[in-house]
Design a protein around this ligand. Structure first.
Ligand code: GYE
Length: 304
């Protein structure tokens, strides 16, 4: 990038920080909230943010990162759609001396120096929280169907793992069906319809890896006359506004929060990296569970 001109020094003469952000897509209300936070905070701070929507495809993310490198951005922010397959492009970023900050999802690489830091929730813990809450509500017995997130993504892998791990304490609860619905409401509805069609009398609860899929499943249960929130318990993750509305309506039983408001901490972190300060390899966003008992009081103060 050309140097800022030395003459006419003034506030606008200062070179703007340029950040490239490769976003997964717009599959969920959670992701839309994250995009809004990262874009809005860039605007507030006078940062030039180059935004690339990958529409759910890793190949698009790899292309976007290559283009950011070619443009000589100051930092690259990546919300990786899947966990694996990042080594080659991240090696290119490293060779170009551009720090890579992972937001909201982790990756699997043998060389941890390929990214600078990860800011995300603990998805295994979210899965455990959902399982413990649901098990108690079920009286520690019954059948659960599971709607998984995007295949190969960190939140789908870890939310499944944490949920299964916690369920070991409850031998009379079984996961009878489990399938990906790609974190979207439309697919959540579709997969739930198929579950209902094949096994309608055998479903006591739904565990969805995000709220959007749960809301789709609730629609399917409603249309089948199966009384979601009462006859069939529904628990999910994210705690978006729509989930609170569904809890207030009595159709969703609980949701585990996953904070998408990444903007402020993201740019604070980039500033530290640029100032040569050491940043932790992993910063964990803290999550809490909400259920119907507090939904009506809390809904007004939700930011996303
Ligand atoms: O839970 C889901 C989304 O990566 C934490 O991705 C994120 C997840 C979020 O689309 O709704």
């Amino acid at each position: 990038a050309p140097e800022a001109s030395a003459g006419n020094a003034g506030p606008t003469a200062e070179k703007k920080l340029v950040v490239g952000f490769s976003q997964v897509g717009a599959e969920s209300a959670w992701r839309t909230a994250e995009t809004k936070s990262i874009r809005g905070e860039a605007e507030k701070r006078g940062i030039n943010l180059k935004f690339a929507d990958a529409q759910g495809k890793q190949a698009n993310q790899i292309m976007a990162i290559r283009s950011f490198i070619a443009q000589g951005v100051d930092a690259i922010v990546l919300a990786p759609v899947v966990e694996t397959g990042w080594e080659p492009v991240l090696l290119e970023a490293k060779a170009a001396n551009i720090p890579v900050i992972l937001v909201d999802r982790g990756i699997k690489v043998t060389d941890e120096s390929l990214y600078t830091t990860l800011i995300a929730s603990d998805f295994v813990e979210e899965g455990r929280m959902a399982a413990d809450w649901l098990a108690k509500k079920m009286g520690e017995k019954g059948n659960v169907v599971e709607l998984q997130g995007t295949t190969g993504s960190a939140p789908a892998i870890d939310r499944k793992k944490g949920f299964e791990e916690a369920l070991k304490k409850y031998p009379n609860i079984a996961i009878v069906k489990s399938q990906s619905a790609d974190f979207s409401r439309a697919k959540g509805k579709e997969v739930m319809e198929a579950f209902i069609k094949s096994d309608r009398n055998n479903i006591n609860a739904v565990y969805a890896h995000n709220d959007d899929m749960a809301l789709g499943a609730i629609q399917a249960l409603d249309e089948a006359g199966m009384n979601p929130g009462k006859d069939v318990l529904v628990v999910s993750i994210d705690a978006v506004k729509g989930a609170f509305e569904a809890m207030v309506a009595g159709k969703l039983n609980a949701t585990v929060e996953c904070n998408p408001l990444m903007g402020p901490i993201l740019y604070d972190t980039i500033a530290k990296i640029r100032a040569g300060e050491k940043v932790p390899k992993y910063t964990q966003n803290k999550d809490q569970l909400f259920d119907q008992t507090t939904a009506a009081q809390v809904i007004g103060s939700r930011e996303y």
